[in-house]
Design a protein around this ligand. Structure first.
Ligand code: ZN
Ligand code: ZN
Length: 255
């Protein structure tokens, strides 16, 4: 049985935030052996498209799957007040912090892919992980999302291996106590690899950084997708426990 904390109930506005829609996700949680599902939609939908109290109503009707409430909040270095407002908006079980932007560039968007040509890729990896590390030091988040998302299109640094660029930053992240995701959605992207890659998962273990497993599902049938592969990598690295979040407090269970 799995825990999947990175699930988008409305995807990219593919669906409405209704009980009926949430129930579809619960159906697939059952099918794909997810005993605890956490919804963490993109924060840009928070005020107008999401009704986070719906999850409590659905939980009242569902006994066999535990439902947690999260949010995936983008990190922007210059938006402290806006991020704080989102963090304080609801009594979440956890908050995922994700870097999807470098400056104004949404580097994981297919439409903005050309911008990679304007970067030295070693410097780009360093800039990206520095931003992730900066986000971890703020008091906003519980979990860091897809921490090597910068590889999404398969573009890798040339002079150094990604794990070598990441190494000093992971030491800093370990001091924050944050959890990092092993996110299987990279398998569905051009890079065709789980986020993060195995050498980085190994370094998470070596630095005592806990991990959670997640699908980053944007559709009901994607709940729990490939979590068996993520668990296998976590076990191979040495992990035996997985955090469970309730109202932003952690307890550990067997992986
Ligand atoms: Zn994301
Ligand atoms: Zn996501």
């Amino acid at each position: 049985m799995y825990i999947d904390y990175h699930v988008h109930a409305i995807g990219h506005e593919h669906r409405l935030h209704t009980e009926e829609n949430i129930m579809k996700y619960i159906e697939f949680a059952r099918i794909n052996k997810v005993k605890e599902i956490g919804f963490a939609d993109h924060c840009r939908y928070l005020y107008e498209k999401l009704d986070l109290n719906l999850y409590k109503k659905v939980q009242e009707k569902v006994n066999d799957v535990s439902i947690k409430v999260g949010l995936e909040i983008d990190y922007y270095p210059d938006q402290h007040q806006e991020i704080e407002k989102k963090v304080n908006f609801f009594d979440y079980d956890y908050i995922i912090g994700s870097v999807h932007y470098i400056g104004k560039w949404m580097f994981d968007s297919d439409k903005e892919k050309k911008e990679y040509e304007n970067w030295d890729h070693d410097k780009l990896y360093e800039k990206y992980i520095a931003l992730v590390t900066e986000s971890a030091r703020k008091d906003y988040y519980d979990i860091l999302g897809h921490i090597d998302l910068i590889k999404i299109f398969g573009i890798k640094p040339v002079k150094n291996r990604p794990e070598n660029i990441f190494a000093p930053y992971l030491k800093e992240i370990s001091k924050t106590g944050l959890v990092v995701e092993i996110n299987t959605n990279g398998l569905n992207k051009p890079v065709n690899e789980i986020y993060p890659s195995f050498p980085i998962i190994q370094m998470l273990f070596d630095n005592n950084i806990p991990v959670t497993l997640s699908s980053d599902a944007h559709h009901p049938e994607e709940v729990g997708r490939d979590l068996d592969k993520a668990r296998e990598l976590a076990l191979k690295a040495g992990f035996r426990k997985i955090p469970v979040f309730t109202k932003r407090r952690i307890q550990y269970e067997c992986l």
